[in-house]
Every structure is written in C-alpha cells, then in structure tokens.
Design a protein around this ligand. Structure first.
Ligand SMILES: [Zn+2]
Length: 341
C-alpha cells in the first residue's frame, strides 16, 4: 500500500482541535447571513484571504468574529455535528475538542448548561450515526480576568460526567502567564478534573514551566518552544508529558517559517512524547490527515513512526484506563491489518 493511502485509511485520534476554529467556511457564511453578522467577505475565497494571519493578535480578532456568528444552541449543535462529520471522513474515531464557552456567554448570554446540552446532542448523534466519539475540553481564554477563569473552571467541573474531560487555557499567551489562573486550575484539580493548557507556542519555556508547576498540566498544548531550555526538555522527557504538536498552525502563526523547519523530528529525537494535531483546521487550510501527509513527506516518517504518533494520541486521551485499553487494542488490530494489505 502507498504511504499516502496508509495515512488516509489509518484510524486516528485527535486531542488538540478547537470547535469554533473548525467551522467550515461555507457554514460560517450561512450563519453570518442568518444571524446578521457582517464578515469581511461573503465568499469562501474571500474568507480564505481573511484567514491570512499577520500575527497571533490578528488571529484572535478573527476568532472572536467567528464566535459572533454562532448565536444559538442550535448553531452550536450544527457546528458540532459538522465537526464530527469531518472527523469521521478522516477516520478520526476519537476527538478531544476544545470549546470556549465563556465567549458565547459573554457575547450572547447563552447559559453554559444550554451550550453543553447542544454539544452533547451532537456528541450522541455522532456516536450513534457516525461511530465516532468526542469529549470536550472547556477552556479559559487567558486574556480574561481571573474571576472569569474561575467561573469557567466551575462550569468545566459541572460538565464532568457529561463529556467534559479537562480544563484548558487558550488565547493570547504573551503577557498572560499561566500563573494568573493557578486558582482556577486548582479548583478543577481538587474536583479531579485535569488541566491541559496551551503553552510554549508564542511564549518560551517559562510559560511551559508555569503550566507544569502552577497549573499541574497533564499535557501541553503545542509546547514546541521547550527546545529553548534543555532542563525543561529533560523534565518533559522524564515525565513523558504529552505535547500536542500542530505544525501547520505554528507555520501559519509564524512560530516557524515553514513546515520543513518545524522541530517535530527534533522533539522525537529528544525522546519527548509527541502527538500530531490540526488545531483550527479550516483557518489554517489543513486537516489532521494533511498534517500526517505533510509530516511524512517533509520528514520521511515511515509507517511505524506514523503508527506511534497515532497511538501516542490514544494513550494521552483523558479516558478511564479500561476504555483506553480497549480503544488501543482496536487501533492496534487495525494497524496490523492495514500493514498487511
Ligand atoms: Zn489550540
């Protein structure tokens, strides 16, 4: 089997992808029209041009505009269903999707329980109709006040047992160190809810250290800039903290100049725990399948390396041990069969 066919067919799992950042351009235009939100363009090509980011702040302003196009729980259910259809089409059987609930509360006043119920209607539909599973990470956008962070942590804890598996931290990393949200993450940890903050993307090692120490992060979103600090690399290697690496996102947001210069191979050479993810796929004109195709082409990864990256994502999933073991077995069997065909 050709390597590209192997990549398309292999079972996948994704642990770093944003719901609002996964809206199809066509759907965004439809929602904007329905909800009278003015976008800079009314064509898919125009949106693609709009998605040419100058820097992280520009990206955030676009993200807020996209969130405005979502006005009702039905809109949330629609984007979540379409997200799951997109995952199913790529054979992504399991996703942990980040969702920024407070933005929708702040912009439109949609109560958290109504937002979660909408996500969970889509989640149940996806499982029954498409055979794919999803859990949710409720994240704090780190520019907010610490009290808003605590409200978000309380919502996330309320959602435990209803698909919420972690508290996240996203948004502009520069000038918003993780320590600001130590209280929110402590509240979650006390309730048994793990923390999975973004760190080491647009900020350096201090942000990752802060996430490990002040937020007790069990995984790091991105984490690619750990390579600037050898003591941090040692720490991440020893503890095998999973890094949620998203190469195309890093290129689009100018963390690295191009895919070929991305340090993904170096992270692996350092013995770090690496997973591959798409982050906000239509905003970066990518998909998870595309990330694997590009990585294989740029870095010469073979079937064995690709398999390891997929299984790393499954092992890093925030699922009960027995469920994870069962999932791993299914994936391993399928990889074995794929390897023979
Ligand atoms: Zn992200």
């Amino acid at each position: 089997m050709e390597l590209n066919d192997f990549i398309r067919q292999m079972p996948k799992a994704e642990i770093h992808v944003h719901m609002e950042g996964s809206i199809r351009p066509e759907t965004l235009l439809k929602l904007a029209r329905k909800n009278n939100v003015e976008l800079p363009s009314d064509t898919v090509e125009g949106l693609r041009r709009w998605y040419t980011f100058t820097d992280f702040d520009h990206f955030i302003s676009i993200y807020i505009k996209i969130s405005e196009c979502i006005q009702t729980p039905d809109d949330i259910e629609l984007i979540a269903r379409e997200f799951l259809e997109g995952q199913a089409a790529q054979n992504i059987r399991y996703s942990e999707v980040t969702y920024t609930a407070h933005t929708h509360y702040e912009q439109k006043g949609i109560p958290f329980d109504e937002q979660l119920a909408a996500l969970n209607r889509a989640r149940a539909w996806g499982e029954q109709t498409l055979g794919v599973r999803m859990n949710t990470i409720i994240d704090i956008s780190r520019h907010v006040d610490t009290e808003v962070g605590l409200i978000t942590a309380k919502w996330a804890v309320e959602g435990m047992g209803q698909g919420v598996v972690a508290l996240g931290l996203g948004g502009p990393e520069v000038n918003n160190p993780p320590e600001r949200f130590g209280g929110a993450f402590q509240f979650a940890a006390d309730a048994g809810l793990p923390g999975v903050p973004h760190a080491g993307e647009t900020e350096g090692p201090a942000s990752i250290w802060g996430s490990l120490r002040a937020l007790k992060a069990v995984r790091i979103g991105h984490g690619v800039r750990c390579l600037e600090d050898s003591a941090l690399v040692d720490e991440l290697r020893e503890r095998q903290v999973p890094l949620e690496v998203c190469p195309t996102s890093n290129v689009c947001l100018k963390v690295f100049p191009d895919f070929a210069s991305h340090p993904l191979p170096r992270l692996l050479d350092e013995g770090l725990y690496v997973t591959l993810n798409s982050d906000d796929p239509p905003l970066f004109n990518t998909t998870l399948t595309n990330e694997y195709l590009q990585a294989a082409a740029a870095f010469g990864f073979d079937e064995e390396t690709l398999r390891m990256l997929v299984l790393n994502a499954v092992r890093a999933a925030l699922l009960p041990a027995e469920e994870k073991q069962a999932m791993l077995q299914v994936y391993e069997t399928e990889f074995e069969q794929l390897g023979k065909s």
